[in-house]
Ligand binder design. Structure first.
Ligand SMILES: [Zn+2]
Length: 304
């Protein structure tokens, strides 16, 4: 009944370090998660593998990935934001959409690292009572949803967002061939101009990046665009009949079905039509936003 957060809390995972959680999701597809922060995905083919996103960079994700696969790994960023690109520096190179190429090389706003570390502290404070209540009443938490303290020896005050230089630029329609698995690059701007999804058509797997999420979808950022978001999510919805599973980058529900694609597209359509109610909220950096709530997700837009 109890959930031990220690290294052997859940036998289902092939490997666990203190900070990352690794879980086999589908043959050749592993969640490599920083629980409560970012979900990265390792996708293996016969010849090579792709790590879709490299996380916050507070611990070496490459070490973990190399314990899971012996194939050469290409790191691919879903977009340029720091929580998806922080581990780029552990790799010899990485790929990003061509619009993200210049963005990922730019210095981040000066207070971003500090604001995010403050969020990790708020998250940990909330976690204690949340987990206690789950142990007693709800029983929803599994290993990949267990929030953990920052890695031992990591000093939050020293966290920096390090710009990185891509070695490969991607565009819509490109195919990443891993041997017996092919991933189609889909450019899905909206959250940021350079967002991509990866689509494994043969296995019906969509890696949604930050275009599809199961908590608040961030459309409030300075380079977010609601019209683009609506177009991108409509495109994903239109292919939903071919999708078996959808994997998303944030929150505890990282593994969804195709119905979410239709629901998110409908949500953006309603947002653009003005057919939603908003409530006041704050994003993870503690900036005020307006939130439109739907059944399985919400959307943040700028404050009025
Ligand atoms: Zn993002």
């Amino acid at each position: 009944m109890s959930h031990a957060a220690g290294p052997n809390a859940n036998q289902a995972g092939p490997f666990r370090s203190g900070w990352f959680e690794v879980k086999l999701l589908d043959p050749g597809v592993y969640l490599v998660s920083e629980p409560g922060h970012v979900n990265c995905f390792l996708i293996e083919g016969r010849k090579s593998a792709i790590l879709f996103d490299t996380g916050l960079g507070v611990a070496n994700i490459r070490d973990v990935v190399e314990k899971v696969t012996d194939r050469p790994v290409l790191a691919v960023n879903s977009h340029y934001h720091f929580d998806h690109t922080g581990g780029n520096r552990f790799f010899d190179g990485f790929a990003i959409h061509r619009l993200g190429g210049p963005l990922v090389q730019q210095p981040a706003p000066s207070d971003l690292a500090e604001r995010y570390m403050a969020y990790t502290q708020r998250l940990l404070r909330a976690w204690g009572p949340y987990r206690e209540a789950d142990d007693l009443y709800f029983h929803l938490l599994t290993a990949e949803r267990m929030i953990r303290p920052l890695p031992e020896g990591f000093d939050p005050a020293s966290y920096r967002i390090v710009p990185s230089v891509p070695t490969r630029l991607l565009q819509d329609g490109e195919v990443l061939d891993l041997g017996d698995r092919r991933l189609h690059v889909m450019h899905t701007p909206g959250h940021s101009p350079d967002c991509i999804c990866l689509w494994d058509e043969d296995h019906g797997l969509l890696f949604g990046g930050d275009t599809i999420n199961t908590g608040p979808i961030y459309a409030q950022l300075h380079d977010s665009n609601l019209e683009d978001f609506a177009r991108s999510t409509a495109r994903l919805s239109a292919m939903s009949d071919a999708v078996r599973r959808v994997f998303v980058c944030h929150f505890g529900r990282m593994d969804e079905g195709p119905a979410l694609l239709r629901e998110v597209a409908e949500g953006f359509e309603r947002l653009l039509a003005g057919d939603v109610d908003f409530r006041d909220a704050v994003d993870c950096l503690n900036y005020p936003v307006r939130e439109a709530c739907f059944e399985h997700f919400s959307v943040f837009v700028p404050p009025s």
